[in-house]
Design a binder for this molecule. Structure first.
Ligand code: NAD
Length: 492
């Protein structure tokens, strides 16, 4: 089958990966995995419970002492080999994740490429001095040494089945932890591929485990006292619940949630660049990116740019340029937002509701949709998580900033302008952890950390780059003296 083919294909059922082997779940329950392009079952996945989580914790605990004692440089070699294997298999991985998630093949290739970039950071860790030493008093030295935590866990969403686990794994594993991943039950294939590749890369059994499932599995992980740190990426509603529940054990939790990313466009913005960026940002992965532009704040006089945005978005062809949304529930929710905006007096500047793709009629297709709304409407207030751009008109940049600042989320935000002074003014005031100037998707690249503010993140620190390494380690503060000092002070 051609690599970018939309033809339908089934694959073998997906099982848990525990202690270096496949296992069915103890619950005996499974769930259908639907290919969103066709709305048809492409495989099934096991749904795990507390016993499966316990089995994974046992395997990860057993593997921990030897992995912790393996030198950092040797642990990093696994990441070098993983990088090579991902490059070798990039097309195959992209094909599989484009079919489970629905994103177009090029987007899936980019997802793997970003996963490779995250892995490269893990490869680099032995080349970064990771501790500090200071001669602090007569004869006394203080050092910090970063040590692994033990068994760690990660829970990931549907929109990047391969990349989001790689936001956590390179740092967590190279640091010497063992890990249990609970991927989204809607897209279990990416995590399964990672388990296979890590085994081929030489990772010892039990160092990386995958427990598939839904809420029960996450609750069992959240409650397990042995797990020392958890990373979560998903919706704000669930991030908040998991953060609160996991923190009850006293462990560290870092839970990334949803978003409503604002792009502020002032009239002096470069028309072509702004339009291209805005369209790419709100339609990429069918708008199912936590960094997608979903609110466009147009400052008075921006209409020519809006016209170009509508024109460019109207040229996109679902099936060729855009994938479907993940499932029927999402499809209906998104259509509900468009209808509600229309009924409340909003204007539909571009309507993607009648999208159809020949040969994939059962898929959850929505074309690019642009709404002109007011700030009180749900289409502006809520994360829609589909290819819908909600445009709000403002009289001034300050009004746009005030509206953006009042929003509950704070993941990403950008200003579009050709004026350095305007850019600086806005970049200092946008209330988002990831801020851009003339960038539609202001994702920080490695080695910078990824993470938002406000209700887009619960917990402190960021998840990628060096922040990720700090998250999955703890500093031992070592104070040393080797001889009694004749001139000792109270500090010696
Ligand atoms: P989701 O919150 O529904 O699911 C995320 C994970 O939580 C899945 O593994 C799921 O099985 C589990 N889960 C679902 N309900 C649960 C419950 N009640 N208790 C415990 N666990 C539960 O999110 P999703 O629909 O898979 O992903 C889309 C969301 O993720 C969007 O809101 C998007 O903005 C967000 N996201 C955020 C980032 C970020 O970096 N901030 C990145 C990617 C996606």
């Amino acid at each position: 089958m051609a690599i970018d083919s939309y033809d339908f294909q089934t694959i073998d059922p997906i099982l848990n990966w525990i202690g270096g082997e496949y296992r069915a779940s103890s619950t005996g329950n499974t769930m259908d995995v639907i290919n969103p392009r066709h709305g048809k079952v492409m495989t099934s996945v096991v749904l795990s419970g507390a016993d499966d989580v316990q089995a994974a914790v046992d395997a990860a605990s057993a593997a921990y002492p030897a992995w912790k004692e393996t030198p950092l440089k040797e642990r990093a070699q696994v990441m070098y080999r993983l990088k090579y294997l991902m490059e070798r298999d990039q097309e195959k991985i992209a094909w599989l994740i484009s079919h489970e998630n629905g994103k177009v093949f090029n987007e899936a290739m980019a997802e793997v490429a970003k996963g490779i970039e995250c892995t490269e950071f893990g490869c680099a860790l032995p080349n970064i001095p990771l501790g500090e030493t200071l001669y602090v008093s007569r004869g006394v030295t203080c050092s910090t040494i970063r040590e692994p935590l033990g068994v760690c866990a990660g829970v990931t969403p549907f929109n990047f089945p391969f990349m989001v686990p790689l936001w956590m794994l390179p740092q967590a594993l190279v640091a010497g932890n063992t890990f249990i991943l609970k991927p989204s039950e809607q897209v279990p294939i990416g995590a399964d591929l990672l388990a296979q590749l890590l085994q081929e890369a030489g990772l010892p059994p039990g160092v990386f485990n995958v427990v598939h499932g839904a809420r029960d599995a996450v609750e069992a992980l959240s409650d397990h006292e042995t797990i020392k740190a958890m990373g979560f990426v998903g919706s704000t509603r669930v991030a908040k619940i998991v953060y609160g529940r996991g923190a009850q054990t006293g462990r560290r939790m870092l839970c990334l949630g949803g978003a409503k990313n604002h792009l502020i466009v002032v009239p002096d913005a470069d028309r072509e660049m702004t339009a291209v960026d805005v369209v790419r940002s709100f339609t990429g992965v069918a708008g199912q990116r936590c960094m997608a532009a979903s609110a466009l704040m147009g400052v008075q006089g921006f209409d020519p740019i809006l016209e170009t945005i509508v024109e460019k978005a109207s040229q996109l062809v679902p099936g060729r340029d855009m994938g479907p949304v993940i499932n029927k529930q999402s499809y209906e929710r998104i259509l509900g937002y468009i209808k509600a905006a229309e009924e409340a007096g909003g204007k539909v500047l571009l309507d993607g509701r009648n999208a159809k793709v020949e040969g994939a009629e059962g898929g959850y297709w929505i074309g690019p949709t642009i709404l002109e709304v007011t700030k009180d409407m749900p289409a502006y207030q809520d994360e829609i998580f589909g290819p819908v751009l909600s445009v709000v008109r403002t009289k001034s940049l300050d009004e746009a900033l005030a509206i953006e600042n009042a929003h509950v989320y704070g993941n990403g935000g950008s200003i579009y302008t050709t004026s350095g002074a305007t850019a600086r003014y806005a970049a200092q005031r946008i209330n988002a952890g990831m801020t851009g100037v003339n960038i539609g998707v202001p994702v920080p690249r490695e080695p910078f950390g990824f993470g938002g503010w406000e209700h887009s993140k619960f917990g402190s620190g960021d998840i990628t780059g060096i922040d990720g390494y700090h998250y999955w380690t703890r500093p031992r503060k070592l104070t040393t003296k080797w001889a009694l000092q004749p001139d000792a002070t109270w500090m010696s």
